[in-house]
Design a protein around this ligand. Structure first.
Ligand SMILES: Cc1cc2nc3c(=O)[nH]c(=O)nc-3n(C[C@H](O)[C@H](O)[C@H](O)COP(=O)(O)OP(=O)(O)OC[C@H]3O[C@@H](n4cnc5c(N)ncnc54)[C@H](O)[C@@H]3O)c2cc1C
Length: 551
């Protein structure tokens, strides 16, 4: 009986080999470029991660965690409320591995060496990009846990009490009070039934009972990672909005009045539970001032938005890599699909967006590293985070859908990870602020003047070189349009994303890729599907360069 893993057997069936076991780090020229300057041990670690994420064992864990879904347990054997969610062991295995690599902690740990001091965001972005190629559901927990420390900076005492366990890399899934655990995770609980984007419409309220201690009552409509040890919440205090850390269990082990009503039946990110929460008189600790909640939580959301852009870029990269691989291994009319002119054109067109999204996401991560020492980079981080979140997450479903189609029926079947990636992608653009909110956020920055934009335009013009001045003029016009007309905000945010991504591709030295991206995205007319490259651009060169064939 021939083995289904036998190359010759699959070739006779005209079926490509499964996309697995290809090193996601080594096979990605963008990552090689971005990490060339890093110290050897760090590159070795990324190499290991690159091998792990596409390994059959890891892929099986991801599939198991997404088919054996989390189960809500509201009551214990004696009828007592327990409000817990149980996860499959595969989920815990994914969490254990990703926590041990520090995805939730590395930004905040004391630097071990020069790279981790000056490039903490960039290095973590590379890890996250690779990990997203395996499984995104569990990464949501690590994203909110990491970002929670930005919020806790506003409350030094709380930070001191919680940070050691938030930073611990020893995953602990036990249901015990945070003080008794080796490591904890932190979720975000903001959205309510009547108020997701509009934070002013929230009805959860908080009443002061002691110094920094409040009693919270209300509900939360979407709470991912409900087994987190604490949640960052917003609640109304005396007519203003405060930010709170709300532990799930009290110090003595009793539940902190957070009642899980049900778990959402979601399209994607199914490995991770998302609960509806109701609570009356739950204890919480104030973070920052009682009226500073919206400002405080923005620091957390900003980091989570960058993570969403990076994860979307990772999802697109792995999906297209699988599609290119399949097109190389499938024959139609006597030649490989990848050699069919139309297929090649579509794959090349997709590859341009995938490379641009990755380059833009990493560039924004880098700006966070440099923001402390450079006003220009701080401006880039502020302006370009919503832009990258908007564009990278918004194109992901279309890119992954087209990659799926390039694989034919096999792409649609759950035996391969691509179908799951397709279901996971739209959530990245909705959560932590949907597309319009990103565009409106940019407009809010514009209300305070053009200074930050001019700093960003300066970077873009410099990196674009010859065509920079003309493109920046177009951006200035789009900004003016957006300032005067709210409904034009998407025009500006998309133009800015495309220009910044092109500029970054030039800065990275990807001249021909950047030329093709710029010409077809910024200089050409409206296009709504892939495959629109014209013959000036060598489609085969683009695909072979960005997706080299595995040896
Ligand atoms: C899988 C998943 C997991 C989630 N996990 C969490 C979680 O852990 N914690 C949490 O707090 N939330 C979570 N959410 C909720 C998410 O953050 C919200 O769904 C999101 O912020 C949008 O809010 P909403 O659903 O209330 O939609 P709405 O606020 O009603 O918005 C609907 C649409 O209208 C647009 N819109 C809103 N205002 C305007 C305006 N003024 N002008 C133009 N357009 C506008 C929005 O961009 C959006 O596209 C999760 C959502 C999903 C899908």
């Amino acid at each position: 009986m021939p083995s289904p893993f036998d190359d010759e057997f699959l070739k006779n069936l005209n079926q490509p080999k499964l996309w697995s076991g290809v090193n996601a780090f080594q096979s990605d020229p963008l990552l090689s470029d971005l990490t060339r300057q890093l110290a050897r041990p760090l590159r070795d670690e990324l190499d290991l991660l690159g091998r792990y994420v596409t390994s059959p064992d890891a892929q099986e864990l991801a599939q198991m965690a997404n088919t054996n879904l989390p189960q809500l347990r509201t009551h214990g054997p004696s009828g007592e409320r327990i409000d817990t969610v149980s996860f499959h062991p595969a989920w815990h295995a994914l969490m254990r591995r990703s926590m041990s690599s520090g995805l939730h902690s590395s930004l905040w740990e004391p630097p071990k060496d020069a790279d981790s001091k000056s490039k903490a965001h960039k290095i973590r972005a590379v890890r996250l990009f690779l990990s997203a190629q395996l499984e995104c559901g569990h990464l949501e927990v690590l994203s909110s846990t990491s970002a929670s420390l930005a919020v806790l900076s506003a409350a030094p005492q709380l930070r001191n009490a919680w940070a050691p366990r938030i930073l611990s890399r020893k995953y602990d899934s036990t249901n015990r009070p945070h003080g008794q655990k080796s490591a904890v995770t932190v979720g975000l609980a903001v959205a309510e039934k009547q108020a997701g984007s509009d934070l002013n419409a929230m009805t959860t309220s908080a009443e002061r009972v002691g110094e920094g201690i409040y009693r919270l009552s209300g509900h939360k409509w979407f709470v991912s990672a409900p087994m987190s040890d604490a949640f960052i919440m917003l609640a109304e205090v005396d007519g203003a909005t405060g930010c709170f850390l709300v532990p799930r269990l009290l110090d003595d082990g009793r539940a902190n009045a957070l009642r899980f009503q049900r778990l959402k039946d979601k399209l994607g990110m199914r490995s991770n539970a998302t609960a509806e929460l109701e609570f009356s008189d739950a204890f919480g600790y104030l973070v920052g001032t009682p009226d500073g909640g919206q400002r405080t939580i923005l620091d957390m959301l900003t980091l989570m938005r960058l993570d969403s852009a990076v994860m979307a870029s990772g999802l697109m990269r792995t999906s297209l890599a699988e599609a290119v691989h399949a097109a190389r291994g499938r024959q139609v009319k006597g030649r490989a699909l990848v050699a069919q002119p139309l297929t090649m054109r579509v794959l090349a067109d997709l590859a341009l967006d995938v490379a641009a999204a990755g380059a833009l996401s990493f560039r924004v991560a880098e700006s966070f590293d440099r923001a402390r020492d450079s006003g220009e980079e701080a401006a880039y981080a502020r302006v370009m985070t919503p832009v990258a979140k908007y564009w990278c997450t918004k194109i992901a479903p279309a890119v992954i859908g087209e990659a799926m189609e390039a694989m034919g029926g096999n792409g649609y079947i759950e035996d391969r990870p691509l179908a799951r990636h397709y279901r996971d992608a739209p959530s990245l653009s909705i959560q932590d602020g949907a597309g319009n909110m990103m565009a409106l956020d940019l407009r809010r920055v514009a209300e305070h003047g053009s200074e930050l934009f001019e700093a960003v335009f300066g970077i873009i013009a410099r990196d674009l070189g010859g065509s920079g001045a003309k493109i920046v003029e177009v951006l200035r016009a789009a900004l003016a349009l957006c300032k005067g007309d709210e409904s034009a905000a998407r025009i500006f945010i998309e133009q800015l994303a495309l220009a910044a991504a092109a500029a970054e591709l030039y800065r990275l030295g990807a001249g021909r890729i950047a030329d093709a991206f710029l010409e077809t995205r910024l200089a050409a007319g409206w296009r709504s599907t892939y495959g629109m490259l014209d013959t000036r651009f060598d489609a085969s060169y683009i695909v072979e360069l960005l997706f080299p064939e595995a040896e």
